[in-house]
Design a protein around this ligand. Structure first.
Ligand code: GLY
Ligand code: MN
Ligand code: MN
Length: 462
């Protein structure tokens, strides 16, 4: 964890922003996989990590905005646990390591909540995303299960979004460690992307590199020669020459800061003409975002600017036709990129998505679009220095979607469906970097991972 002063300052700021009442921040519990003692990999709740930095299961943090006191509650382990787990710090010791002077067991937490409710104090919590946390809040606060999510505090959500959106230098250093491991994951996989290998073998190489960097994956690996399926988690295909391999993968550091990188490479290590053409259109869109992202510019506008680059590329190929502004305004290009340019990243790969995307990615000035493609943009509002965002344009020839639009005549003035037929067997390409907004522009985080056609071919043929 960071030094305790970091967590003390974060909690102090949150108490100040909320003003009065009590904030309850439950950590995560172990989650059973197929029987209670066989659990999934433990992942602490990111808000709990942000304000307390503690990795143990079953912890609950409480901030009392009126007294200025912070608390950590959980039951201590006893000898029946310790014979299985080995010696573990007490809850009091854990609390102290996060700069928290007050601690107690779960009975004390229930007493604390009962007293607060009896005194009519305001109690705030964030929307829980796990059933066991809903259950816990329901019991602590005497709420029916179905009331727990609707009664979550928007004021608390917005205060957490405000703090967590701006990454400090120590957070950026953690994210860059996660990208350093992602570099190893991607370069190792690239070098092995040869005909005859299986997607699962390359996914295994990546997973091994993630663990070699001492962290879990930040989301399930996408490793597919069918990159036209945006989140394709199947890994059973054998690599064949002529296919693009889409590799979208990242990891977490031991403190759970994330990376999220995509590279798309030609199986065998040499781009053919068609692959090079589409790749460079997508690359130009990725580079355009890096060129123009800066404080005060909305990511929605950057998404649109990169859409213009994609649209021009497809127009030059004869797939689209008409005026570029009209193509983009009508969303015709979204047939080939039905997702947004990016999302925030930090302690979550889609940072704070549990708070509700509207609260994280949009604000009073910038509203989500309902247009196909743009409606999937997770982060649209103006950026500030310290925001970490992904820049991930792509091009996907999705046969079922092409057929549907053709049958419906959707955007038919802008799309040459006959020309598009020739591309239906292409697959997909995505290129994803993680950027931080600086005072004057943005910086691509981490050691550069091979990205141009020349760099990828050189790496794959070393
Ligand atoms: N890997 C999921 C994403 O790029 O958002
Ligand atoms: Mn990704
Ligand atoms: Mn991403």
């Amino acid at each position: 964890m960071f030094k305790k002063e970091t967590y003390i300052a974060r909690r102090e700021q949150l108490r100040k922003d909320i003003g009065h009442g009590i904030i309850i921040l439950p950590g995560n519990h172990e989650a059973p996989c197929n029987y209670p003692d066989n659990t999934y990999w433990f992942r602490q709740d990111s808000t709990f990590l942000y304000f307390f930095g503690l990795q143990r299961e079953d912890l609950v943090g409480v901030l009392d905005c009126d007294s200025g006191k912070d608390y950590v509650f959980a039951n201590d382990y006893d000898i029946d646990d310790i014979i299985w787990t080995g010696p573990l710090p007490s809850v009091k010791e854990l609390a102290a390591s996060a700069g928290v002077d007050n601690s107690g067991d779960l009975k004390a937490l229930q007493d604390f909540c009962d007293k607060a409710l009896n005194e009519g104090r305001n109690v705030k919590y964030l929307p829980p995303y796990r059933a066991d946390t809903i259950e816990q809040l329901s019991a602590l606060l005497g709420l029916r299960h179905e009331r727990v999510i609707p009664y979550a505090s928007r004021k608390l959500i917005m205060a957490c979004v405000k703090q967590r959106s701006v990454k400090s230098d120590e957070e950026l250093a953690e994210i860059e460690k996660a990208i350093a491991t992602a570099y190893n994951m991607h370069v190792s996989a690239m070098k092995n992307a040869m005909p005859g290998r299986y997607e699962y073998e390359l996914a295994a190489i990546m997973q091994g590199e993630a663990w070699r960097g001492n962290g879990p994956l930040s989301f399930p690996i996408i490793m597919t020669i069918h990159g036209e399926t945006l989140h394709n988690h199947g890994h059973n295909n054998q690599l064949v020459e002529g296919r693009m391999l889409v590799m979208d993968a990242g990891c977490e550091t031991p403190m759970n800061y994330c990376s999220d990188i995509t590279r798309s490479v030609p199986v065998g290590g040499r781009f053919n003409e068609r692959q090079k053409t589409i790749y460079e259109i997508v690359l130009n869109a990725n580079l355009e975002a890096i060129r123009i992202a800066r404080p005060g510019v909305t990511y929605k506008d950057i998404h649109t600017a990169t859409s213009r680059i994609l649209a021009q590329g497809y127009k030059d190929l004869g797939i689209l036709r008409g005026d570029i502004d009209d193509i983009v305004a009508n969303g015709a290009h979204s047939l080939l990129m039905p997702h947004g340019l990016g999302h925030m990243m930090g302690l979550d790969v889609h940072d704070m998505e549990n708070y509700g995307q509207i609260n994280v990615g949009y604000d009073d000035e910038t509203h989500p679009s309902s247009q196909f493609g743009l409606s999937s943009l997770r982060f649209g509002r103006k950026s500030q220095p310290g925001f970490v965002i992904t820049d991930e344009p792509g091009c996907y020839f999705i046969p079922a979607l092409i057929d549907k639009w053709r049958a419906e005549g959707k955007c038919k003035d802008f799309i040459n469906f006959d020309e598009l037929e020739k591309w239906k067997d292409f697959g997909g390409i995505r290129i994803e970097d993680d950027i931080v907004i600086t005072d004057t522009g943005c910086r691509v985080l981490g050691k550069p991972i091979p990205k141009t056609v020349a760099e990828i071919e050189a790496t794959m043929n070393e």
